[in-house]
Design a protein around this ligand. Structure first.
Ligand SMILES: NC(=O)c1ccc[n+]([C@@H]2O[C@H](COP(=O)([O-])OP(=O)(O)OC[C@H]3O[C@@H](n4cnc5c(N)ncnc54)[C@H](OP(=O)(O)O)[C@@H]3O)[C@@H](O)[C@H]2O)c1
Length: 319
């Protein structure tokens, strides 16, 4: 039987990186669909698409995603949209015996005050970070569905836990974005408007691990293509695996790196009336190392590539 792989969410940052990587690898039979044709929150549309195209593998990169402010301000939507899409997904995987699923959790769904570096087994070992608890609860249910389905040998649901991602096709809006695209947008606007100050939300003190989207796309397609026995030998039946770069730094230092790329010479101030989120979330990458996968970009290269792409595509980017 052909491997008909559905990459869900291929217009988003991560989905695009996965799709491009599979195409580069010469992988045949990749299926994608725009949201206006198939809304994954609609159970019939989602199921019909899977059946009409004989989909037997899914890489699920679709989700409602946003930065700290968007998550904190719209908890209902983050919990609801993600839960509905995921419930449809896991119902279809179970009902139609989908051969292989790669599902994406996130490092931000581990407990707020987790021991560092964060091992996969620390999932649900403490209280969630309040600003994104709704998103985290939805994602945790997805991880749990993977674990439950894997209790039967006929399923192969892999749950990847990526760190903070940045790169091409990200959301560069001021209000809804994650930290790196938000900073890129702010320094770009400051340069354009000759502003001498850039204000950063929060204290700039939290540590974050950052990974370039092309590296994540590479890691996802690598892990998805691993033999079932090789993958579960590493993760056990929980199938949970952290995916990161090991590039950890304070937000204030990332801001300085981005300011340098823009040759911004003004001042940077920190507005501590905005929340910081989790103080630190460095992933333990021991399991990922065992797979043999290696990243290809340093943070400096990834940021430079992203800023170049942002400048070239400013008129069409999400902002
Ligand atoms: N960004 C990060 O830092 C990060 C970190 C860890 C994990 N992840 C995980 O990676 C995955 C992708 O994130 P991302 O940053 O690539 O987000 P993104 O750029 O916002 O992409 C999400 C994609 O999902 C699609 N989508 C959302 N709701 C849909 C629906 N009802 N029907 C069909 N498609 C729908 C969106 O379609 P439209 O284009 O039509 O809006 C978009 O293409 C998520 O599971 C996220 O949790 C991301």
């Amino acid at each position: 039987m052909n491997n008909n792989i559905f990459v869900a969410g291929h217009n988003g940052m991560v989905g695009r990186a996965v799709h491009e990587k599979l195409n580069k690898n010469g992988q045949n039979s990749i299926f994608t669909i725009d949201r206006k044709s198939v809304d994954l929150a609609n159970p019939e549309q989602f199921e019909d698409f899977v059946l009409d195209n004989n989909i037997n593998e899914i890489i699920f990169c679709a989700a409602k995603v946003g930065g700290i402010k968007a998550n904190n301000d719209n908890k209902f939507e983050f919990l609801y949209q993600n839960s509905v899409m995921q419930n449809n997904l896991f119902n279809i995987v179970r009902k139609h015996k989908i051969k292989k699923l790669t599902f994406l959790g996130s490092s931000c769904i581990y407990p707020r005050d987790c021991k560092q570096p964060i091992k996969e087994e620390y999932m649900l070992s403490g209280r969630l970070e309040e600003t994104n608890d709704a998103y985290a609860l939805a994602k945790i249910s997805g991880v749990k569905f993977c674990e439950i389905l894997n209790q039967s040998n006929s399923f192969d649901c892999r749950a990847l836990m990526p760190t903070n991602i940045y790169g091409y096709h990200d959301n560069f809006s001021i209000d809804d974005s994650h930290v790196i695209p938000g900073l890129i947008r702010k320094f770009y606007e400051a340069k354009k408007n000759n502003n001498n100050n850039v204000e950063i939300w929060g204290t700039g003190k939290p540590y974050r691990e950052f990974m370039f989207s092309e590296d994540l796309g590479d890691a996802i397609s690598f892990i998805h293509s691993m033999k079932k026995s090789d993958f579960y030998k590493i993760t056990g039946p929980k199938s949970l695996i952290n995916v990161g770069s090991g590039d950890e730094m304070q937000i204030k230092d990332v801001a300085i790196m981005i300011a340098d790329i823009f040759d911004f010479r003004g001042s940077i101030t920190f507005n501590s009336s905005y929340p910081d989120g989790t103080p630190r979330k460095r992933l333990d990458l021991s399991l990922l190392d065992k797979t043999g996968w290696k990243k290809k970009h340093s943070i400096k290269e990834g940021l430079k590539n992203t800023v170049d792409w942002f400048r070239e595509n400013f008129n069409s980017i999400r902002k």
